[in-house]
Design a protein around this ligand. Structure first.
Ligand SMILES: Cc1ncc(COP(=O)(O)O)c(C=O)c1O
Length: 368
């Protein structure tokens, strides 16, 4: 679907594009972006200036992003009065991590983010008679609830969150989908978000590229620590995400802090005290806290499993799932947990545009 901008704007011409510059022609212009004409990561764009239509065959996505930044005020107007919308997924850069197919052939793979998966037979061998019967008679129609199987949500609420959350405060999602839904439920264009970095791509890029937010990376500090597995206590650099650094990144329009704990890729887990301080900081400032807890229960040796963010703070959204600690990535089972009813409702509404409901086999996993 083409998007139109028909106000005084900045023109971009091919020669200047080579030098990465934009020129203000000071005239009414219409920019038509045609995402359908996508060629690899490039887009073709067409501009019309004072009736003269110039079509550039290919523009690099990065150039287009620069151009759109110049168009920001116009864009805001085009986005309408309903609180604004970003540009959706059209302008997202390619998710490089997911393009690793073909590299996963090593005999001993040490770089993967998930552990060795279970085979279906191994999973079914864990099932009791009732679950096995349900599996054998599984109907492959749409499952009843779009919020996710109730038995599974109850199991999660009691078993993983110690009853601190109720089943209706949990929404079943595919894990990566949960990031997309929660970011869209919480953020609006122009909001400021602070995100732990480096990290899993979509934790940063959905806010930045799809929702047009200002996103600040919260980077770790590295200090030398003795390596417990080395005989001569060789020092290794260990990362710490300091609260002072986070505090210095917060702005008056900061709306969201995005954490990922245990952190992928560094394995960082804060002390229980630092975790409480982070929650207190978000609470003092009224910030949302999105915590990707996909690696919960896979803490490095000596680190405690922290209470989930959603257990501790009413404006927190926890993301978790079966892909990492449970070795069941192929099931695509995850969930969002939050006590914020509005955010949960919005995620549930938006899910109708993504997967609608979970796959049918979830109703069997739910019991075990
Ligand atoms: C930190 C983090 N969050 C979310 C995900 C998404 O999980 P899934 O691939 O199961 O959707 C991943 C996957 O690697 C991850 O590393």
């Amino acid at each position: 679907m083409a998007q139109k901008f028909s106000q005084r704007t900045y023109m971009h011409c091919s020669r200047e594009r080579e030098r990465g510059q934009f020129v203000d022609r000071g005239a009414a212009a219409t920019l038509v972006i045609s995402p359908r004409r996508r060629i690899g990561s490039d887009l073709s764009i067409k501009t019309t200036l004072a009736g003269d239509s110039v079509e550039y065959d290919i523009i690099r996505a990065t150039d287009l992003k620069m151009l759109l930044r110049c168009l920001r005020p116009a864009r805001r107007r085009v986005l309408g009065t309903d609180g604004g919308r970003g540009f959706g997924l059209n302008l997202m850069p390619c998710f490089s991590l997911e393009k690793m197919e073909g590299w996963e052939q090593a005999r001993f793979e040490l770089a993967s983010s998930d552990c060795e998966p279970l085979a279906l037979q191994e999973l079914l061998a864990l099932a009791d008679d009732d679950s096995r019967e349900r599996w054998n008679s599984l109907s492959l129609g749409y499952p009843g609830s779009t919020q996710g199987d109730e038995a599974l949500r109850e199991e999660i609420a009691d078993g993983l969150y110690g009853g601190a959350l109720r089943a209706d405060q949990i929404l079943g999602v595919v894990p990566s989908e949960g990031i997309l839904l929660a970011m869209h439920a919480i953020l609006r264009p122009g909001d400021h978000a602070v995100v732990m970095a480096p990290g899993y791509g979509s934790l940063f890029s959905i806010a930045k590229h799809a929702l047009d937010c200002d996103v600040a990376p919260w980077t770790p500090e590295w200090s030398p620590h003795p390596n417990p597995s080395s005989a001569n206590h060789q020092q290794v650099p260990v990362p710490t995400f300091c609260l002072e650094r986070l505090r210095s990144l917060l702005l008056p329009n900061t709306k969201l802090v995005v954490a990922n704990l245990p952190h992928n890729p560094t394995g960082f887990v804060p002390s229980p005290e630092a975790w409480q301080e982070l929650i207190a900081l978000c609470s003092e400032r009224g910030l949302y806290l999105f915590c990707d807890e996909m690696f919960r229960h896979l803490e490095p040796t000596g680190r405690a499993t922290l209470p989930a963010a959603a257990q501790e703070y009413d404006r927190a959204v926890s993301l978790s799932g079966l892909s990492k600690a449970y070795g069941l990535a192929g099931l695509r089972v995850g969930w969002l947990a939050t006590r914020d009813a509005q955010v949960l409702r919005r995620c549930h509404e938006l899910k109708d545009y993504t997967t609608i409901c979970a796959g049918g086999c979830i109703s069997v996993v739910g019991d075990r």
